[in-house]
Ligand binder design. Structure first.
Ligand code: PEP
Ligand code: MN
Length: 263
């Protein structure tokens, strides 16, 4: 069902007036993790200033180490929703357990399924059974075919509002956190009718590569770019090394806007 052979025309995922897949790049920005109301609000105000609508923030954090900050859980979703309602934004956050999908629908505009859960089939089925867009990330070691099958789990349950997100894959290269598989974007656009996003933060893991990676993503036809923004990245409870601070975020957006005309 995700195949373009089944449905030749592009799927456009509408989220509060943002039409992801309409041929223009959209931006999903916000902190790695929700830490406090004040932290989210500060980032949200910056997004607003840039005219952006889609705010991200992790509440259920899938951390490599069990001793690292695990996120605020439902409390984090409540903070996101409160700020979003105040500023008329749409929110996206990762859900890691199938039982939380139902509750998440109340707080979120887009449900994110993270790389580590791309083949959590019960989670995929649960996300396929609700009336809410889903951003599905590519697994750390998933082939494009496996990625498409994961999306198939969601769509086969009746939910076709899916955004695929390339977020880097594991290779032998150590210069970046993961290797951004940029060619996955046009392949996924050819093979499926779904919009495709590129997460420049988790793929590169390097603040200095966020802008060039975003330019590449837009140039190659990505429908959305995801990146992380934190008021004070040095004190962030997760991903301190690659989040942008607010002035860097404005510079990032202004540069892309001035060069987007080129594309
Ligand atoms: C995230 O976007 O917060 C995240 C954890 O990303 P990934 O699942 O791609 O590692
Ligand atoms: Mn992160």
């Amino acid at each position: 069902l995700v195949s373009r052979k089944k449905k030749p025309e592009d799927t456009i995922v509408n989220v509060k007036g943002e039409n992801i897949g309409d041929g223009r790049p959209h931006f999903v920005m916000g902190p790695c993790a929700v830490e406090s109301y004040e932290q989210v609000k500060e980032v949200a105000l910056a997004l607003k200033e840039q005219g952006l609508k889609l705010m991200r923030g992790g509440a259920f954090k899938p951390r490599t180490s069990p001793y690292d900050f695990q996120g605020l859980g439902i409390e984090g979703l409540k903070i996101l929703k409160q700020v979003a309602d105040e500023l008329d934004l749409a929110v996206i956050s990762e859900i890691t357990h199938p039982n939380d999908i139902e509750a998440a629908v109340e707080y979120l505009d887009i449900i994110q399924i993270g790389a580590r859960n791309m083949q959590n089939f019960d989670l995929l089925k649960a996300a396929g059974s609700v009336n809410k867009p889903v951003l599905l990330k590519r697994g750390l070691s998933a082939t494009i075919e496996e990625f498409m099958f994961a999306a198939e789990y969601i769509i086969s349950r009746g939910n076709s509002r899916i955004i695929l997100c390339e977020r880097g894959i594991r290779t032998y290269e150590k210069a970046t956190r993961n290797t951004l598989d940029i060619s996955a974007v046009p392949i996924l656009k050819q093979e499926t009718h779904l919009p495709v996003a590129v997460d420049v933060t988790h793929s590169t893991g390097r603040r200095d590569l966020l802008l060039p990676a975003a330019k590449a993503a837009i140039a190659i036809g990505a429908d959305a770019v995801m990146a992380e923004v934190h008021p004070d990245p040095a004190t962030a409870l997760s991903d301190a090394a690659q989040q942008m601070d607010i002035p860097q975020f404005h510079e990032f957006m202004n540069t892309l806007k001035s060069q987007a005309a080129i594309y």
